[in-house]
Design a protein around this ligand. Structure first.
Ligand code: NAG
Ligand code: NAG
Ligand code: NAG
Length: 332
């Protein structure tokens, strides 16, 4: 009993900045995405074979469908494209609100899958990139070669696990060895080195992406950003033992109880607080992309012909190129 009361006194004196408890501030579910996110009908910065449409078009074509506790974001899966016309209709949504230190929890039932698909859930400041930072939470974008020359092909065609990556301004490096379940694939986060590879960590847990993720009912990705570290966790829907505050969508969470993260980005050689500013949450789905060797990657993944031709001519191949998101919850 003495220990208990001492512990109680001690904990009541600890400043709240040391606690890893957070309260829910934004609960994006179903139609809330239509009022709290903007459809970005922009030219794809990565020159993918995509045509991002505005919200009116997306809803009219049922590419965006928000109802109950489901947000579906899909690509057009009925139109054969004119090779000299725009790319395949798809969506890219960005939160109206921005966040600094916070926790984001993505409760996802289904990720886009299929040859040539390139989905991402991430956070950045588009107006101040790269100095405002970028955290890729679920991303297949890191296709550029590693500094050792090997090709990165995470998930582009359902081939490889999810990559969790920081992209920053100069002077942000990660230690090669740190406490996480994923595997470090690059340690320099500066976008001006290594062709904007960023500092990536490849997920190693079961069912973390693509067809097996979907067959297992999806799961939860969560990202904690403080001024001294960034962590990303993943728990599959079935068999992943998610913390109960995550799986229940609790009003408060305690990240200290979440165990070893899939990716850990500490401040050892990176002043995290100064490399990240007000970031929006972005969810996008594009196709192919303009990196050298895309078609050899595409065929190595067992996909037929060239990526762009495939996207143009096979609308039915994109029936499973959709997100089904149960919720995005933000805690501060
Ligand atoms: C729109 O998409 C949703 C989600 O896939 C589906 O349930 C619904 O039936 C579709 N509506 C129409 C009119 O096709
Ligand atoms: C999608 O997200 C990734 C982040 O992984 C980003 O680098 C890329 O520019 C985005 N692509 C498109 C086409 O919006
Ligand atoms: C790095 O982060 C730790 C906590 O994770 C903190 O105690 C330390 O002061 C930070 N160091 C710097 C240089 O910011």
């Amino acid at each position: 009993m003495r220990c208990t009361s001492l512990a109680f006194i001690a904990s009541s004196l600890v400043p709240s900045t040391f606690a890893a408890t957070y309260g829910l501030i934004d609960n994006y579910v179903g139609s809330a995405f239509l009022s709290s996110f903007t459809h970005e009908a922009i030219a794809d910065p990565t020159h993918g074979r995509v045509n991002y449409v505005d919200q009116g078009t997306a809803v009219a074509q049922n590419l965006t469908f928000a109802s109950g506790n489901s947000l579906v974001l899909r690509a057009d899966d009925t139109t054969v494209l004119n090779p000299s016309g725009p790319g395949r209709n798809s969506v890219r949504i960005r939160s109206v609100k921005t966040y600094t230190t916070h926790v984001s929890v993505f409760d996802v039932r289904h990720m886009p899958q299929g040859c040539g698909t390139w989905p991402a859930a991430w956070e950045t400041d588009e107006g101040d990139w790269p100095n405002g930072g970028e955290v890729d939470i679920y991303s297949t974008s890191d296709f550029l070669p590693y500094s050792d020359g090997t090709q990165k092909i995470e998930g582009v065609n359902d081939m490889s696990p999810n990559a969790m990556t920081l992209h920053t301004g100069a002077n942000c490096n990660m230690p090669a060895s740190r406490t996480m379940t994923g595997v470090s694939t690059a340690t320099n986060c500066d976008v001006n080195t290594d062709g904007n590879t960023g500092c990536g960590v490849q997920a190693t847990s079961a069912n973390n992406y693509g067809p097996s993720f979907n067959a297992n009912g999806g799961g939860w990705y969560a990202m904690e950003r403080t001024n001294t570290f960034i962590k990303v966790w993943f728990w599959p829907r079935n068999g992943g033992s998610p913390p109960s505050d995550v799986s229940s969508g609790s009003g408060s969470i305690n990240t200290d109880a979440w165990g070893t993260p899939a990716a850990f980005f500490p401040n050892t050689s990176c002043d995290i607080g100064s490399h990240f500013d007000q970031n929006n949450i972005i969810i996008n789905l594009t196709f192919c992309g303009d990196w050298a060797g895309i078609d050899s990657i595409f065929s190595a993944a067992g996909c037929p012909g060239s990526c762009v031709d495939y996207v143009n001519n096979n609308p039915g191949a994109f029936t499973n190129a959709y997100w089904d998101i149960a919720a995005v919850r933000v805690y501060e």
